[in-house]
Design a protein around this ligand. Structure first.
Ligand code: ZN
Length: 320
């Protein structure tokens, strides 16, 4: 057992840009890269192991071989891998959408629901996103406004800045706006119900499908209650600074800003995922030494003990 360096899966959705290739070192022959899935066991976008004796295997196949014990005590009894981590480059607006909660997703889509959290890495001046409704409306009004194209009149548009955190509980209407580059930590699910797509057409020249009935089923029509924006620093150490971004039932995530060096451990409770958001680092843990350059990610199995990251920049750390 050793820490795994992962090759991401990439997606060229119509709204994507090229910054993940030019600024984050994501390798792809695709013209644009909308998303890089940097920690994924999902069937729609598998990670491949890049180092050591398991090189070339998918993370999902490796996990099946090793068993869920490697996820730690919080993950060993789960039915499926709990999280999916992505870098998202929205050159254009994403569709206005909603994701189902667990019970609905399990019944209808045969996978987990999708609560997600966005950490804004960079954005253009004036960038905005949609976070729920401005005020409470009825499900009937929601459906009518989808049908008569007036949904944007009642959504909550929020200006964003670098470092903001948004917690998007399943059932919350949302859309990432153009000019935003963010890291998303979400449940391991790909169930999306689209309700408004700015009149765009897909690669085949036809409007992309809307999923109105399912969206009305799962959408919470009251304004969201989770606070959003910048989070306070939670730990200052010698040569690093940690900010807790999310601490929910499903996962914990942290921004770790490193000046010189940061050490922590992968204990018995959980695996640790590290993703470089900015800067090139050297990672070491036991016998293993790896580069962790901007846009790259490392998965450390539970119980691997202490690890050290040296360099200057920012890392997204995720655990259960
Ligand atoms: Zn979403």
């Amino acid at each position: 057992m050793y820490p795994l360096k992962l090759i991401p899966a990439v997606k060229d959705y119509i709204w994507g840009g090229t910054k993940l290739k030019t600024d984050f070192g994501i390798k792809s022959d695709l013209e644009k890269v909308a998303e890089a899935w940097t920690l994924s066991c999902h069937k729609d976008g598998a990670n491949i192991i890049a180092n050591g004796s398991d090189k070339g295997k998918t993370l999902a196949a490796w996990l099946e071989e090793k068993g869920f014990e490697v996820l730690g005590s919080k993950g060993k009894n789960l039915d499926s891998f709990p999280v999916l981590i992505k870098l998202i480059d929205a050159k254009d607006n994403l569709s206005v959408q909603v994701h189902p909660y667990d019970e609905y997703a399990q019944r209808v889509e045969h996978e987990q629901g999708k609560t997600e959290a966005w950490y804004v890495i960079d954005c253009e001046e004036g960038a905005e996103l949609i976070y729920g409704f401005k005020k409470e409306i009825s499900s009937q009004e929601f459906e009518e406004r989808i049908m008569n194209n007036t949904l944007l009149d009642v959504v909550n548009s929020v200006p964003v800045k670098k470092g903001d955190l948004f917690f998007i509980e399943s059932g919350t209407l949302h859309a990432i706006g153009k000019g935003i580059l963010l890291a998303e930590v979400q449940q391991n699910s790909n169930s999306t119900y689209r309700v408004y797509d700015y009149g765009r057409v897909g690669a085949d020249g036809k409007p992309r499908e809307l999923h109105i009935k399912k969206a009305v089923d799962v959408t919470s029509c009251t304004p969201p209650t989770h606070p959003y924006g910048a989070k306070p620093v939670t730990e200052k150490g010698d040569g690093y600074e940690v900010t807790e971004l999310v601490n929910c039932d499903i996962f914990k995530s942290y921004s770790v800003k490193i000046d010189s060096e940061y050490s922590d451990k992968a204990g018995e409770e959980s695996f640790v995922s590290l993703l470089s958001l900015d800067g090139d680092f050297t990672f070491s843990c036991g016998e293993t030494e790896l580069s962790l350059n901007k846009g790259e990610s490392i998965f450390i199995p539970a119980n691997m003990g202490e690890y050290t990251v040296k360099g200057k920049g920012e890392i997204l750390k995720v655990t259960l």
